[in-house]
Write a protein that binds this ligand. Structure first.
Ligand code: AMP
Length: 225
């Protein structure tokens, strides 16, 4: 099962992605998390990528595309994957499509979480990361997942805010890329939507990201079947 997740930063895409990963027992490949790991370990990729990430810009394709396509060739991806954060542009979508075709692989499901831009921005600025698990949801602006004081509501772990989450200008830049239907991330999503409509192989699922996590998950589960 090969699955792509789309959704603006702040839409709860990561949270729903973790649920999809459990349901199908897939490795959750998150391009942003791979970059953060590389930055932490001060690898060559990490050092090159950091300046773009800090500015809220896309890391150049000559770094990003081979990094992701190599990751999809690793052993744990043999029975499928859930790819999240890639493709982020129409160009990346075309390159992924070509790479899958060359490898004889099909895309099975594409999930698009739809959310208003302003709501997404507030959610990002309230997001907190747990030191023990990136998928533990904590957000100071969402009642249902408010941290427990200044600790993770799930495990009591230490919380921090990602520096790029607090930079409004960088958030706007990231959203400009996401909501761009000509060459940006929505263009990438719609590239696969067109394929789903024209070729019929891909199941394209849209989710309203505005309700609570539980409600979005319920919609997701009913649409996945
Ligand atoms: P995320 O955790 O998905 O918000 O990603 C954090 C940052 O990593 C983004 O703002 C980009 O700078 C970079 N990044 C993640 N995925 C991609 C991608 N597919 N192409 C280029 N840059 C990316």
């Amino acid at each position: 099962m090969n699955i792509l997740m789309f959704g603006p930063n702040g839409s709860g895409k990561g949270t729903q992605g973790a649920i999809v990963k459990e349901k199908y027992n897939l490795p959750h490949i998150e391009s942003g998390a791979i970059f953060r790991e590389n930055i932490k370990n001060q690898t060559e990729i990490g050092i090159k990528a950091k300046e773009y990430i800090d500015r809220g810009e896309l890391v150049p394709d000559d770094i990003t595309i081979p990094m992701i396509l190599d990751r999809l060739k690793q052993d744990d991806c043999k029975n499928g994957w859930l790819l999240d954060g890639f493709p982020r542009s129409k160009e990346q979508a075309v390159r992924l499509d070509e790479a899958l075709r060359a490898a004889g692989l099909d895309l099975d499901i594409v999930i698009e979480v739809i959310l208003d831009r302003e709501i997404a921005k507030n959610r990002i600025m309230g997001r907190r990361l747990c030191a023990n698990d990136n998928n533990h949801p904590n957000n100071i602006y969402i009642d249902a997942i408010k941290p427990d004081g200044d600790r993770c509501r799930v495990c009591g772990g230490e919380l921090s805010a990602r520096s790029d989450d607090q930079d409004e200008e960088a958030i706007n830049k990231r959203h400009n890329i996401y909501y761009d239907t000509d060459t940006g991330t929505l263009a990438a999503a719609y590239y696969f939507k067109d394929k789903a409509e024209n070729e019929g192989k891909i199941k394209y699922i849209t989710l309203d990201g505005a309700p609570s996590v539980k409600e979005v998950t319920a919609e997701l589960m009913s649409k996945l079947g």
